[in-house]
Design a protein around this ligand. Structure first.
Ligand code: NDP
Length: 434
């Protein structure tokens, strides 16, 4: 804490992982040699830079850009870019730290990193977004590359932004280096299923957890928060399995639709028009309602998927969900559940999937995009989706098996942290004091 003052989200993420590592250290004291725990908390490199840009009225704005290259023991740094006014070093470090273990769990050869800016894209024109992305890349290009660091999207960074970033990288370097970014458009090096991957993967993980109790998604009433990339495709996958999704949200409030979310309308409002979620209820009419205070966690349902942002589900809300009969919680977002809420779910024997396991489908499919780029190939939707499904089953299996091995059956938090950590720690030990 003294070394990283004021970075509360980073402290929270480190605490959450270290809480699980007691039994590992007891069983593998050799992992403590060469200060692995201290080293793993210290990013290999942190870059902070000025991003000047002009708005449509010619006014100059200055934002701050970040890239934290956290750990390259398993492969090039890999992790998204977030554009949101709340971004500061503590957020980027928490996300980068989580990414190390998530990427390790996927079984793919990727290290951990994360970046972004405190730029607020809401209400900005396409031209403003483009100028911002070009300015951001004019510094970032020095630090990234197919074999070095491969950014992707996150909150506020989707296909449009990746396009502008890629265009500027290509222009500055005069290299068509497809593998430098993932989440690209399908015509220029992107992968089928990447857009859907995080949301689909989260639901696949929840399905695997339910299977351990002989249950499935069919007919379940589900709560989803957020209405961005992860939320939309979690809803799509859940509906295809026969679940009824009752809610979606954004930072202005949430909608409850007792008839089940109309996905085409939600996509139109959020993906095409980039409008507020209240538009959904206004246009749907009938029993759909927009509510500006409270949260989706006030609504009864047996499966909850937090897919918006960190710390959006606290202890009080966890108790409410339990009282309303929740049985499964899978984190589509990164660290959306506070430590207190996680403890409440664990004590009540709720099936709880931490984000570093449940939402790893996105980065895993990014790694599949890198494979396709490296071989100058593109795979079909079905084949890529099948690979994603195998990867999610593999992650579930690794978490469950590790939790069993360490005497904590059903504890996916411990399973994910321990399995993710051991692989990285062994690689770091093998590579010497670096
Ligand atoms: P998007 O920008 O597409 O969507 C984010 C959604 O969350 C929007 O509905 C947004 O509402 C809402 N939201 C964001 N910040 C807040 C906030 N402070 N309070 C309330 N609502 C908020 O992002 P993604 O869907 O890509 O990301 C969502 C989460 O999933 C993040 O935690 C991200 O790190 C994680 N994730 C994403 C992956 C991906 O592949 N995209 C991979 C793995 C994890 P509004 O529009 O009003 O801001």
């Amino acid at each position: 804490i003294a070394r990283n003052p004021g970075e509360s989200e980073f402290h929270q993420a480190v605490d959450e992982v270290f809480e699980s590592l007691g039994p590992v250290v007891a069983r593998h004291p050799e992992l403590l040699e060469s200060a692995i725990l201290e080293r793993i908390c210290e990013p290999e490199r942190q870059i902070i830079f000025r991003v000047p840009w002009t708005d449509d009225n010619g006014r100059v704005h200055i934002n701050r850009g970040f890239r934290v290259e956290f750990n390259s023991a398993l492969g090039p740094y890999k992790g998204g870019l977030r554009f949101h006014p709340s971004v500061y070093l503590g957020i980027v470090k928490f996300l980068g730290f989580e990414q190390i273990f998530k990427n390790s769990l996927t079984g793919m050869p990727i290290g951990g990193g994360k970046g972004g800016s405190d730029f607020d894209p809401s209400g900005r024109s396409d031209a403003e977004i483009m100028r911002f992305c070009q300015s951001f890349m004019t510094e970032l290009y020095r630090h990234i590359g197919e074999y070095t660091d491969v950014p992707a999207g996150d909150i506020g960074v989707g296909g449009r932004e990746i396009g502008y970033l890629f265009g500027q990288y290509k222009r500055i370097t005069n290299r068509y280096e497809s593998g430098v970014l993932t989440g690209k458009g399908l015509a220029w090096g992107g992968s089928l299923v990447r857009t859907e991957a995080t949301g689909y993967g989260t639901v696949m993980f929840a399905e695997e957890m339910l299977k351990t109790r002989g249950q499935d998604m069919d007919g379940r009433e589900m709560l989803v928060s957020g209405s961005g990339n992860v939320a939309i495709y979690a809803i799509e996958r859940a509906q295809s399995l026969g679940a009824k999704v009752l809610t979606a949200s954004d930072s202005s409030g949430y909608v409850v639709d007792p008839d089940g979310i109309d996905l085409d309308l939600l996509k139109q409002v959020k993906e095409v028009e980039r409008a507020r979620i209240s538009q959904y209820a206004e246009r749907k009419g009938g029993r759909a309602r927009f509510i500006s205070d409270g949260s989706v966690w006030d609504v009864p349902g047996s499966v909850a998927l937090p897919c918006a942002t960190q710390n959006e589900l606290n202890g009080r809300q966890a108790k409410k969900l339990l009282a309303n009969g929740v049985e499964v919680v899978a984190e589509g977002a990164n660290m959306p559940t506070t430590a207190e809420a996680v403890r409440i779910f664990r004590d009540a024997d709720v099936l709880f999937a931490p984000g570093k396991a449940a939402n790893a489908g996105g980065v895993a499919t990014s790694a599949l995009e890198m494979q396709q780029n490296a071989s100058r190939d593109s795979w079909t939707f079905d084949y890529t989706q099948q690979r994603l499904q195998e990867i999610m089953r593999g992650i579930h299996h690794r978490c469950a098996e590790t939790a069993d091995e360490y005497g904590m059956p059903g504890n996916y938090v411990a399973g994910a942290n321990i399995a993710g950590f051991i692989k990285v720690a062994r690689a770091m030990s093998a590579q010497g004091l670096i």
